[in-house]
Design a binder for this molecule. Structure first.
Ligand code: GTQ
Ligand code: FE2
Length: 341
């Protein structure tokens, strides 16, 4: 028997016994650099607006179908579902008077309001306002429900770490036993959590110290950062942080950044991936040579280890980007790395 035939016979025998051996046409066991299925997709805000308004008419809201939400999902063209390999993003649309029933789950979630005033989200019994540009956290396993108590439709970005949780095979989901949570903290609870540098010494058991970051505060922080020179890669970048420092969630970090008009950002790459929302202005991001042209309302993705550089034209004025990344996952696992190009 030739050596080839002997190898073939061996490979077949081990396969039948529950083993495998390397085949010649297999890709390397460990790639020399990250291979991603995630594509640098862009979703236009104008289209999103039309489609969610239509969804508001033709898709049932939270109350009608148990705890399912009315969402238009940002599906990455390179993935079977989800927005990146770790992040799942959707735009949730809630009509005036609608209520999305309480539930909890192992995926972490966050909301960033794209349009509307007068809605609230209730997280573990505390009520938080959801108005234009407000940012609210729903950490893993916290009870949450939403309600539009205003007179206009409201829609927001929902970003969850569903693909990560699913890959780890730890999905849990549970409906709250009643149609509503008891509201242990009434509206405008923020002052009860934090006033300046004063902090409750004995918060309620299990309570997260801070879940809501109003738009006005984020924009004020951005404005005060303007006294310094912009970062060559990211312009003026602020991170929403948990009190005492650190990323807002164990799996997701969120940022707001301003790019001045005429900004030519330095190309760089890192192992975390990013979902961007264009809150203001227009510009373009070059992702591995592909030009993504964006304007207010658009979303786009920069996959992991993709070279990217942000640009704005001098005639267009400043641009503001909100972003969600999976950076904490890579840091926690010792897998974060980045470099300038
Ligand atoms: O609002 O609780 O877009 O659980 C996806 C899953 C929203 C929510 C989504 C969810 C929610
Ligand atoms: Fe949820």
């Amino acid at each position: 028997m030739s050596a080839d035939l002997a190898w073939e016979a061996y490979a077949e025998r081990v396969a039948a016994l529950g083993f495998s051996v390397r085949r010649e046409d297999d890709p390397p066991l460990i790639a020399s650099r990250p291979v991603t299925r995630v594509r640098p997709d862009l979703w236009k805000g104008k289209l999103i607006e039309q489609l969610v308004q239509e969804a508001g008419r033709v898709v049932a809201g939270g109350g009608a179908t148990g705890s399912e939400r009315r969402t238009l999902r940002l599906k990455n063209s390179g993935l079977p579902y989800g927005t990146t390999q770790t992040l799942w993003a959707g735009v949730q649309y809630v009509n005036p008077g609608e209520h999305a029933r309480p539930h909890r789950h192992t995926p972490n979630a966050l909301r960033y309001v794209l349009r509307g005033q007068g809605s609230v989200t209730v997280v573990d019994g505390a009520t938080y306002a959801l108005g234009d540009g407000d940012f609210v956290l729903t950490p893993a396993n916290s009870w949450h429900e939403h309600e539009n108590r205003g007179s206009e439709p409201c829609y927001w970005l929902d970003c969850l770490d569903i693909p990560l949780v699913r890959a780890l095979e730890v999905e849990f989901f549970e409906n709250f036993p009643k149609p509503r949570q008891p509201e242990v903290m009434p509206a405008a609870p923020r002052a009860q959590h934090l006033v300046g540098h004063l902090w409750p010494a004995a918060p309620a058991p299990g309570a997260e110290p801070l879940l809501a970051y109003p738009a006005a505060e984020a924009y004020a922080a951005l404005a005060s950062l303007g006294a310094w020179a912009p970062d060559p890669e990211d312009g003026w970048l602020i991170e929403y942080v948990r009190p005492g420092g650190g990323h807002v969630l164990r799996t997701m970090a969120c940022y707001l950044q301003a790019l001045p008009g005429g900004f030519a950002g330095r190309a760089h790459r890192h192992t975390h991936s990013t979902l961007y929302y264009v809150a203001e202005g227009r510009g373009r991001t070059v992702v591995d040579g592909l030009e993504l042209e964006w304007e207010a309302g658009d979303f786009f993705v920069v996959p992991s280890w993709s070279s990217h550089a942000h640009h704005t034209s001098s005639s267009a004025g400043r641009a503001v980007l909100f972003s969600v990344t999976d950076r904490p996952v890579f840091e926690a696992l010792g897998l974060w790395r980045g470099q300038a190009e």
